[in-house]
Design a protein around this ligand. Sequence first.
Ligand SMILES: O=C(O)CCC(=O)C(=O)O
Ligand SMILES: [Fe+2]
Length: 228
Amino acid sequence: MLIEIPNVLTAEQVAEARRMLDQAEWVDGRVTSGYQAASVKRNLQVAEGSKAAIALGEMVLTGLARSPLFMSAALPLRVFPPMFNSYSGGQTFGTHVDTAIRQVATTGQRIRTDLSATLFLTPPEDYDGGELVVEDAYGSHSVKLPVGHMVLYPATSLHHVTPVTRGARVSSFFWIQSMIRHDAQRTMLFDLDTAIQRIAGEQTEAVKTSAVQLTGVYHNLLREWAEM
Ligand SMILES: O=C(O)CCC(=O)C(=O)O
Ligand SMILES: [Fe+2]
C-alpha cells in the first residue's frame, strides 16, 4: 500500500527545517548505501548523526507521533532516525530496493525496513523532475507532494527518483519497522481501522454493536500478527 500522510510538519516547521538545512554539512549520498543502490545514487545528504539531522529528525518524529493516519497505516515498532537529502543539477536516484536491515549509527540498533518514507520539504513548483516513482503489482506510481506531506510505501518496492532538472528537491527520508511485517496484513488492518473510525460516531444500536465486534476483530488480528 502506498499512502499519503498529509501535514506531518506545519509550514512554519518546514521553513525552520529549510533554514537549518541551509547551514548543515552535506555529504555524498552514497556514504550510507549498499553496493547496488550506491551505483545509481546521485544526490547529497546531511551527515548522519550531525546536530542538524538529530534536531530535525526529532521534529519529524514528533510530527509522526501526532498523526493518527501514520499510526494506523504504519503500526510502527521502530523508526530509523530521519535523514535529509537533496537533488539538483540533474541529480537522480536510479531504480533500487532499500537495504533490508539498517543499523542506527548512534545506538547500533538494527531496524528491519518494512516501510520507506519520503517527507517533502520543497514546494513542487520550485523544481522540475524529482518525482519519486514506486513500482508495485499495479504499475508505477509517481509521487510529488506539497511541503510537510509524506509518502509511505512498502520498502520491498523497486523505486527511483527522476532527475531534478531545475531547482533543488530537499526531503527527509527514513524507514520504519512495523509491528506487522507483511504489507497485505498491514493493509487489511488499516482498512478495518478506517472502516471502524468511519462508523464510530453512529448512534444506532445495530451499528454500535457492530463497531464493538469489529474493534474486537481488529485487536484480535493485531494480537495474532504483531511482532515486537
Ligand atoms: O529521495 C527520495 O524520495 C527517496 C530516497 C531513497 O529512495 C533512498 O534513500 O533509498
Ligand atoms: Fe530508496
